[in-house]
Design a protein around this ligand. Structure first.
Ligand code: DP6
Length: 334
C-alpha cells in the first residue's frame, strides 16, 4: 500500500528560534508563518521489512544519503511511534517503512526544505495509521518532531505554532486564516547558493547563549498578537512592522549567540536597503523577511506584485523564485 503526500515550505512572519526541548523540538516560544504554494516536495511511503530511504533532488537525480540525514529520518520515525504510543495509536503502524522523497527545492538556499520534507512525511505517516483519522493537530505534532517549523504546514494559509503545557504533544499548529482569506505573494531572492555551514537544528540548540534571547522571548507574545491581528484584518502595514522587527531581532540573537551565526550577507543588506527606498518612493505594500540564510523573502500584495517582481528581476546576482500563499500538506494518492 503506497501513500503519496505533498507539501511545500513556509515562510515565518514571527520566527521560531530556540527550543525548550531540543530532542522533541518543543519551541521556546510561539511562531507564525505563511504556507507557500511552491516549490513542492512529495514523499511516497510504504510498509517494508527494513527501513529504506531514497531521495531525489530538484533535478531528479538520486541524492546520496548522508549518515546525518538518514539518522534524522530514522529518529523522526522513532519519535512518531513514541508520540502515537502516547495517544494509544501505535499498534496500528507497520514496524518498518520505505520512504522515497522527491524534492523540488534546491538545497540550503534559506527556503525551509526540512519543514516541507517532514510535514510531508507527517501527512504520509498519519495516513498509515489505521482506524480513525488523526486530527490536523496530531499531524502537526508529527511534522514538528522532524522539523520544528514543519508543524506549521498541516494547515493552509497562515499558521501559528503554539505551546500548550508539557510533553511530546505540547506544541502544534493552529490556523489563523486560510489561504483564501488573504493571498500574498512571496518573491524570493537567493543571493548565494553556497550550502550553509550551520543548520537550524544546531543553531536552535545554542540560541540561549545569546544575551538577547531572554528579551526576544519576552517580546514574542506581543508580536504574535499583533501579527494575528494584522492577518485577520488584512492590515499590511501592521504585518510589515511586526514581521520585519521580528526577523531582524532573530538575526541579532543568532549573531550574538555562541558560536555566532551570521546568515545575512552584504547582498541581503543591500536588498533590504533598496527595497525600503523603493517602498517609500512608490508606496508599495512589501515587507522583507529572512530565515536561516541570506535569502530575502519579499512578501507583497497583488497590487504591489508587478513593481516588486521588476525590482527582483534587476538583482542580477540573485536567483528569483515566485510563490504565494499556499495550502496545507495533503495526500496525493493512496
Ligand atoms: C529560522 O524548523 O528549520 O526558519 O527543527 O531544526 O528543522 P529544525 O529547525 P527549523 O527552524 C526554523 C528556523 C527559521 C525560523 C522559522 O521558520 O520560524
Amino acid at each position: 500500500m503506497s501513500i503519496i503526500a505533498q507539501s511545500s515550505p513556509n515562510i515565518a512572519l514571527i520566527k521560531y528560534w530556540g527550543n525548550r526541548d531540543d530532542e522533541l523540538r518543543l519551541p521556546a516560544a510561539d511562531s507564525l508563518s505563511m504556507v507557500l504554494d511552491f516549490p513542492t516536495v512529495s514523499a511516497t511511503v510504504d510498509s517494508s521489512e527494513v527501513l529504506s530511504i531514497r531521495s531525489y533532488d530538484h533535478d531528479g537525480i538520486e541524492k546520496l544519503q548522508t549518515e546525518a540525514s538518514v539518522d534524522r529520518l530514522k529518529k523522526h520515525w522513532t519519535l512518531t511511534k513514541k508520540f502515537l504510543r502516547s495517544i494509544g495509536r501505535t499498534q496500528e503502524l507497520p514496524e518498518e517503512i520505505s520512504i522515497t522523497i522527491h524534492s523540488g527545492i534546491p538545497p540550503s538556499i534559506g527556503i525551509a526544505s526540512s519543514a516541507a520534507v517532514f510535514s510531508c512525511l507527517a501527512e504520509a505517516y498519519a495516513a498509515l495509521v489505521r482506524g480513525k483519522a488523526l486530527t490536523r493537530e496530531e499531524v502537526s505534532i508529527i511534522g514538528r518532531l522532524g522539523s520544528g517549523s514543519g508543524a506549521r504546514n498541516s494547515f493552509g494559509g497562515y499558521v501559528a505554532l503554539e505551546n500548550h503545557g508539557e510533553g511530546i504533544g505540547s506544541a502544534y499548529g493552529r490556523q489563523i486564516a486560510s489561504e483564501e482569506h488573504w493571498m500574498l505573494h512571496d518573491i524570493i531572492l537567493v543571493p548565494s547558493r553556497e550550502e550553509k555551514k550551520v543548520g537550524s537544528t544546531e543553531g536552535h540548540a545554542k540560541a540561549t547563549t545569546s544575551p538577547l534571547f531572554a528579551e526576544r522571548i519576552r517580546q514574542i507574545p506581543r508580536r504574535m498578537r499583533e501579527c494575528i491581528d494584522a492577518i485577520q484584518r488584512k492590515d499590511f502595514e501592521k504585518l510589515q512592522t511586526v514581521s520585519e522587527e521580528d526577523s531582524l531581532d532573530m538575526h541579532h540573537v543568532m549573531e550574538t549567540q555562541n558560536p555566532p551565526l551570521r546568515y545575512l550577507s552584504d547582498a541581503t543588506h543591500r536588498i533590504i536597503d533598496d527595497i525600503k527606498t523603493l517602498r517609500d518612493r512608490e508606496k508599495l505594500q512589501v515587507l522583507f523577511t529572512m530565515d536561516a540564510g541570506p535569502t530575502v523573502h519579499l512578501i507583497c500584495t497583488e497590487d504591489s506584485r508587478e513593481a516588486v517582481e521588476a525590482f527582483a528581476g534587476r538583482q542580477k546576482d540573485c536567483i528569483m523564485f515566485k510563490a504565494k500563499t499556499g495550502k496545507s500538506s495533503h495526500l496525493v494518492e493512496k
